[in-house]
Design a protein around this ligand. Structure first.
Ligand SMILES: [Zn+2]
Length: 274
């Protein structure tokens, strides 16, 4: 891993992939959104994954990193429609290239790309995997030559992603985690945070974490908690107020999954185990 320009915003992760980190840190985006540039070393064409937030300095940093690689942007792919990944997709027009997403109705200006599609970039291939859960339109991208998978917000560099219920879906998320594990990634390059080199244990820990969370929610219901807010306070007693809405979405995602499995019931916003 090499800090390319001394700003610690541009990092060469391996021979094919450069990471450009946007200056939009927050509790939800960790140290900022990661934009990735992918291409064969020495070849001209580069794929941009997640142009990120529409910040002028981020665009300048991306374009400088492209120039430093001696390349040119050839294609843009967006992992999902959230603004911290997709807001800058209009830059593709200025770069005179096409931008692709799973569901163009959610990201105006993109064209549809489907599960299993291959994006050719000058001697390199990137394979698209539809892995819903964080959102319904979420894509991961695998680089067969290195075995690396770009995980967007499906898997982050640290902590657990938010299931953006009702767009996100816990059952889909768990299926997508298992599908990601099946790809046997050599490393995960997330949309936020650092590279995950121990991919398999990381994915297994996320699966275990969700199973544990489900047990905590069932225990809260057994203890007489009924509303989502009550369950959030019970399950996440230490959580900062600013993060409670995200926690509520996650609890709702768990409850929806439990209801589908007939493990809980809801009457007028009050939940109970069955
Ligand atoms: Zn994000």
């Amino acid at each position: 891993m090499t800090d390319v320009d001394g700003s610690s915003r541009v990092t060469s992760l391996d021979a094919t992939t450069t990471r450009v980190r946007a200056a939009n840190p927050s509790p939800m985006t960790l140290s900022g959104t990661n934009t990735y540039l992918i291409g064969t070393p020495g070849a001209g064409d580069l794929l941009v994954v997640d142009p990120g937030p529409a910040l002028n300095d981020h665009r300048a940093t991306i374009e400088r990193a492209v120039a430093q690689r001696g390349g040119r942007i050839a294609t843009v792919v967006v992992t999902h429609h959230h603004v911290d990944h997709a807001e800058a997709v209009g830059w593709a027009r200025d770069w005179q290239v096409s931008a692709f997403a799973f569901d163009p109705t959610r990201i105006p200006g993109t064209e549809e790309i489907h599960d299993g599609a291959t994006v050719p970039i000058d001697g390199l291939e990137v394979v698209v995997h539809h892995q819903p859960g964080h959102t319904a339109d979420h894509l991961c991208l695998r680089i067969p030559r290195t075995g690396v998978v770009l995980t967007g917000d499906h898997v982050l560099g640290e902590g657990t992603t938010v299931i953006a219920w009702p767009d996100g879906d816990l059952g889909g998320y768990l299926d997508s985690l298992r599908a990601l594990r099946q790809l046997e990634p050599s490393a995960l390059y997330p949309g936020h945070g650092e590279v995950v080199t121990a991919a398999r244990p990381h994915i297994d820990a996320l699966l275990a974490h969700r199973a544990e969370r489900t047990e905590q929610i069932l225990a809260a219901l057994a203890n007489g908690r009924e509303t989502v807010d009550e369950i959030v306070m019970d399950v996440y007693p230490e959580l900062a107020a600013a993060l409670r809405p995200a926690a509520a979405r996650s609890v709702n995602a768990h409850l929806a999954d439990l209801r589908r499995r007939d493990a809980v019931a809801c009457v007028e916003g009050r939940w109970r185990g069955t």
